[in-house]
Structure formats: structure tokens, C-alpha cells
Ligand binder design. Structure first.
Ligand SMILES: [Zn+2]
Length: 459
């Protein structure tokens, strides 16, 4: 099951001027609110978290009254900004966003009422019984105050649904309710972060194609991992003497340059989870690490290094392995830089020669050739690739290869040839006219000569 959702702003907004205090710049709302949904939800959490940590140092503020703002979502799943409820009406802002808070206040009331719903009680019971069955966990405590650092104010103490200690790690279990709202979630995250604990949010059920904001506020901030318990997981817990959970998690894939998420469900155990108290994440599959690696394959710097590596190790190869590797590089290039065409085979005559002489000049030794020294490459360049001598010469210069060549040029052949080449350029000798077919690729490969290549010289 694949998902990819892009956030959308509301058509009209009450607050249109939002200042980013980190950058000092006005936010482009259209861009900010039209990014990948996960990024917008994560920033929504970040805004609330930073206000929670220090109300004097918010991230985004209303440019008119300087009051902190928060991002809210309409019934139609569109985003817009409002003053933070604690700031509303305090700063004499000509724009009031008060009226629209009623929905959230109602949610807050619903949240407290739902706390004791039968679904909630049942899930709490399953979590408790699963932990009792787990031989590695301390006796679970239900609805007990989590004693925090002695200095913390009593008002900030939390009462998690269930808490337990496992291998020296304190874990709080919270049942996710349809109306759990953001300030509640953020408040808990910040509390457990400060106290070295971690929360495992437990869902009653999960459908990746129909997620609600209250769920997204949790899983987009939890490395896209979701946990579920039910009668079946409890049964597995008792059999294995380890707390069992069902874990839904996303696996990122590339479709062109776009990341889409494939959602899968796996049966897992509590002791397989990675707990990161600083990031306040508890997960089974490290989505972000996987995604970072995936996106790096499209990063031009990485790609350039992989081309060097290819040419250094397989540039002279005749084997199938080289064709497979070339095909994969070609593929990545067609996504990362579709404007730079590459031939189907890297052995393509002119292409192979142009790249090999230029890379040899860059490295100072033969690359792509079974030759001894750079001076031998100058023979090949002069004899067979006259139309690429400009790029070759610019690269020699950019990497200061003159002394090296003078030292290797014991017979003075290259010395004489550089004069012949200069004269040929001067006389516009047709054989020396620059072949610019691969200039885009050569500029990508050796950025040091990019500007020279862009001049479009013929001789
Ligand atoms: Zn304002």
C-alpha cells in the first residue's frame, strides 16, 4: 500500500504575515503549506514544542502582533495559521483568530471524556497484561504518577496510562484516542524528554490510506512507526513471554525524485524497539535513516564520487559487471540530473575517450586506460581526441599538471605538440574544433572547468 500526500493551504487565511524568527524572514505560506504532508505535520509539532519549552522564544510569529502562532487543520484537511491560544487576545492584534478555537476546546473536553471510554479501558488492560507476561519488564503501573526530577513542578507531573521499566529504560504507554490533540501530545513528549523516558503510543487500529490528523501528529513525529495491540498480540505475548505488538511502518521508495511511502505491517516484540529519548521516538524500522540513504543516491556530490569510482575501477573493464554498474549510474543520473544525457554504453568511443583523458588529467595518472603514466595519455589525446583537447588542457591547468608532464616528457614530444595544438587552434583547424557533445557531463564531472566549458569556444 503506497501513500504520498502533499499538504494544502486553505484558500483564504486570517493570518497571512508570518515571520520566521530563526531566519528573520517572512514565510512564503504557499510554499510552506504545500510541502510533503509529513514535513508540514512535523513542523506543526515543532512549533508547538518550541512554544511549550519556552513561550518567550517561539519559532513562528504573527508579523503584526509578534504573538506565537500555530498551524491548524480544517475539516477539509487544509492548513492555516492562528495565534497560539495562550497568545490570543493578549497582544491587541487587529486580527482575531479566537472564534475558530471552539473546535479545539471541544476536542479537549472530548479528550478527557474519552479517557475512560470502554475502548480505552480495554486497550489499557491489554497493554498491562502484555507487560505482565513479559519476563523482562518490571511490574506495570496503571494510571500512576510518573515521578519526575525532584526539581520539576508538581503541576507538570504526568500520569501515563501504563508505565513500566525495561532494561533500565522507563517507558510510558499512552493509548491514542481519536481526539488526542496536539498540545497534549507535545506536552507529553517534552515531559518525557526532560525525564529520560519515552512514550509508546498505542493505536486501536490503523489504516494508512485513511489517517486522521490526531494520528499523523503522532506517527509523522515517530519515524513513521505505529503500534497496535489487540487480543491476538496479547496471546502472542503470553506464548513468547515477551510483549508482542503489531507495527505498521512506512518504507520509503523513489518514484523519480519523489519519495512515496509503502506501508507494511509486521508482528514484533517490545524488546526489538529502538528507543531514542532525545528525539522522543520509539520505532522498529528506522524510516528516516533509510530515507536519508535513499535520497543520497540522488545527491549530485555522491553521484559524482560514484562516477569517479566507476571510472577508476571499471573504466577499462569488458565484463558484464561494468555494464550493470553503468546502467545503475545512468538511471540515477536520469532522475537526479535529467538534462545531462549519457550514452547507453560507457565504452562508446568518443565518450569513453573524452571522459578518460579529462579524468586522467584530474587525477594525474591514467584513468580508463591501461597505460603507465599521464604522459602516455597525452599521446592518446593528441592522436585520437583532438576535438576534446580544450577540455583536457583546462583540466591539466586546473589541477596544475604542468610540472608533472614536463618531468615525464623526457623526449620533449608533448612540449612540441602543445605548440602544434596552439597553432591549430589559432588557424581554426577543423580537426581541433571543440566537440561539445559531452560538455554538460564533463562540467558535472569536473566542476573546476565548468565555466570554461560553458564559454562555448570552438577553438
Ligand atoms: Zn497577530
Amino acid at each position: 500500500m503506497y501513500t504520498h500526500e502533499v499538504a494544502k493551504p486553505t484558500e483564504q487565511m486570517l493570518l497571512c504575515n508570518i515571520l520566521d524568527l530563526d531566519s528573520g524572514e517572512t514565510l512564503d505560506l504557499e510554499i510552506f503549506l504545500s510541502r510533503e504532508l509529513a514535513a508540514v505535520i512535523q513542523d506543526r509539532g515543532e512549533m508547538a514544542a518550541r512554544y511549550n519549552r519556552d513561550a518567550e522564544r517561539p519559532w513562528l510569529v504573527c508579523q503584526i502582533c509578534s504573538g506565537a502562532v500555530m498551524l491548524v487543520r480544517t475539516q477539509q484537511r487544509r492548513f492555516h495559521f492562528r495565534h497560539h491560544p495562550d497568545e490570543e487576545g493578549k497582544r491587541d492584534c487587529p486580527i482575531s483568530t479566537r472564534g475558530s478555537f471552539s473546535a479545539e476546546q471541544i476536542n479537549s473536553m472530548k479528550y478527557n471524556a474519552a479517557k475512560e471510554s470502554s475502548a480505552h479501558l480495554r486497550l489499557k488492560g491489554i497493554i498491562r497484561d502484555s507487560l505482565v507476561a513479559d519476563a523482562q519488564c518490571s511490574e506495570p503501573q496503571v494510571e500512576k504518577v510518573w515521578r519526575s526530577m525532584p526539581t520539576a513542578e508538581r503541576a507538570k507531573w504526568r500520569k501515563p496510562d501504563v508505565q513500566v521499566e525495561r532494561a533500565g529504560q522507563r517507558l510510558a504507554f499512552e493509548v491514542q484516542l481519536s481526539t488526542t490533540f496536539l498540545t497534549e501530545i507535545v506536552g507529553r513528549r517534552e515531559f518525557y524528554r526532560a525525564n529520560g523516558g519515552a512514550i509508546i503510543w498505542v493505536f486501536e487500529h490503523f489504516d494508512p490510506t485513511e489517517t486522521r490528523t490526531a494520528e499523523e501528529d503522532i506517527f509523522f513525529l515517530n519515524n513513521l512507526n505505529v503500534f497496535i495491540v489487540n487480543e491476538a498480540t496479547l496471546e502472542r505475548s503470553r506464548e513468547a513471554k515477551r510483549m508482542a505488538l503489531d507495527c505498521w511502518h512506512a518504507i520509503p521508495h523513489l518514484r523519480g525524485r519523489t519519495v512515496v511511502n509503502e506501508w507494511v505491517m509486521e508482528e514484533i516484540f517490545l524488546d526489538q524497539l529502538i528507543v531514542d529519548t532525545d528525539a522522543q521516538q520509539v520505532f522498529f524500522f528506522d524510516y528516516q535513516a533509510y530515507r536519508t540513504t535513499l535520497e543520497a543516491t540522488l545527491d549530485l556530490k555522491h553521484l559524482r564520487l560514484d562516477f569517479y569510482n566507476f571510472w577508476l575501477t571499471l573504466g577499462t573493464s569488458d565484463c558484464l559487471e561494468a555494464d550493470v554498474a553503468w546502467h545503475s549510474l545512468q538511471n540515477r543520473m536520469s532522475i537526479a540530473a535529467p538534462h545531462i544525457p549519457l550514452p547507453k554504453s560507457f565504452r562508446h568511443g568518443k565518450f569513453h575517450g573524452a571522459v578518460s583523458i579529462v579524468l586522467s588529467a584530474k587525477y594525474g595518472w591514467p584513468v580508463g586506460y591501461r597505460l603507465q603514466r599521464l604522459i602516455n595519455v597525452t599521446n592518446t589525446a593528441f592522436e585520437s581526441y583532438k576535438a576534446f583537447l580544450l577540455a583536457f588542457g583546462w583540466t591539466l591547468k586546473a589541477f596544475n599538471r604542468d610540472d608533472l608532464l614536463t618531468e615525464q616528457d623526457t623526449k620533449g614530444t608533448w612540449g612540441k605538440r602543445t605548440k602544434i595544438i596552439r597553432d591549430a587552434f589559432h588557424d581554426h583547424d577543423e580537426a581541433y574544433r571543440q566537440d561539445r557533445s559531452y560538455n554538460l557531463f564533463l562540467a558535472f564531472l569536473v566542476p573546476e572547468i565548468k565555466e570554461k566549458l560553458a564559454e562555448g569556444r570552438e577553438w
